[in-house]
Design a protein around this ligand. Structure first.
Ligand code: CDT
Length: 313
């Protein structure tokens, strides 16, 4: 399989609270059709690409919460996406909420997850988000709630890197992109491309001094990570004003040089295709030759126990 191909970030505009799965899947299919016309072999959809970003609310109705989780993927409503992608020979990354087999009922717990599907339809990797930002309790003093630790269990599948697309492909989800440890876990496994979906507020009403830095703090860690680990990054946003919250766009493709080679311009559904060459990673992997130059014996603090995670008790 050629290591040169077109990969695309498939940015989504807002998904409102009442939008049906069928309607969302129709939007994903439209982007997939566009990807086929652009000769894509790989498409990255956002984090929670099937639903609104519901952790911005403390939702009392267990039935509504349960409705945001998938008990199977593909399921009846998502099967058309898997079928069409396979027919087109396009692999994809899809962010979704995975229902926990035992704790996904009234207790409504699950994972913020992503799946990597190869162009032949094979499920190449599954990932459950490790870094869950926000609070495990509703905090009335905050203007913007972010209740991921209330709804989700921390990921327990490590940081997978799969053989796919003629190379090695890793998965991350949103807030993970701000953590160098996550990237290095993928880099150590030889990742040549990392797919990542996100839902990131464009503004932080509880800390407005940060607003002017939001784009910088989105791109900066990914540009560094691409360079320091010698990997391509394809990152897709859920963008626009969703549930009254302005979400950033800036979906992008980042080269192993750290350069942003494609950047979305709008805040709606938008395909961002770019022709990548996985062999372009080699120069950077040679420079940061981990086996020769890393000094793990000096990095002990990195794996020592830390403070308390904001988990639901
Ligand atoms: N979805 C997600 O992880 N979003 C976080 C927002 C943190 S603001 C409380 C992010 O890092 O973009």
């Amino acid at each position: 399989m050629s290591r040169r191909f077109v990969a695309a970030a498939a940015q989504l505009g807002p998904i409102e609270r009442g939008e049906s799965r069928r309607s969302v899947v129709a939007r994903l299919l439209a982007l997939l059709d566009e990807a086929r016309a652009a000769d894509c072999r790989f498409v990255v959809f956002p984090e929670m690409a099937l639903t609104t970003f519901f952790p911005r609310w403390l939702i009392e109705d267990p039935a509504e919460v349960a409705g945001y989780f998938e008990s199977a993927l593909p399921g009846p409503e998502t099967a058309p996406l898997f079928e069409r992608a396979r027919r087109y020979g396009i692999g994809f990354y899809l962010g979704y909420c995975e229902r926990h087999p035992e704790r996904g009922g009234a207790d409504h717990l699950g994972y913020n997850a992503a799946i990597l599907v190869a162009p032949d339809g094979r499920v190449a990797a599954r990932y459950r988000k490790v870094h869950l930002p926000g609070n495990a309790r509703y905090d009335p003093t905050l203007k913007l709630q972010h209740l991921e630790p209330w709804y989700f269990l921390p990921g327990d599948l490590g940081f997978p890197v799969a053989e796919a697309l003629g190379g090695r492909v890793g998965l991350l989800i949103c807030n993970d992109r701000r953590w160098p440890e996550a990237w290095r876990m993928l880099g150590l496994q030889g990742a040549e491309m990392v797919a990542l979906g996100y839902n990131s507020p464009a503004q932080l009403p509880d800390n407005p001094a940060q607003n002017a830095l939001r784009k910088l703090h989105h791109l900066l860690p990914m540009q560094s990570a691409a360079y320091q680990n010698g990997t391509w990054i394809v990152a897709a946003a859920k963008a626009g004003t969703e549930g009254g919250c302005a979400m950033m766009g800036h979906s992008c493709v980042i080269a192993p040089s750290g350069e942003v080679v494609a950047l979305s311009s709008g805040l709606g559904d938008e395909l961002l295709p770019y022709r990548v060459d996985l062999d372009a990673t080699a120069e950077y992997k040679r420079f940061f030759d981990f086996a020769t130059y890393r000094r793990p014996e000096c990095y002990g603090l990195l794996t020592e126990p830390h403070g308390r995670s904001p988990q639901r008790e």
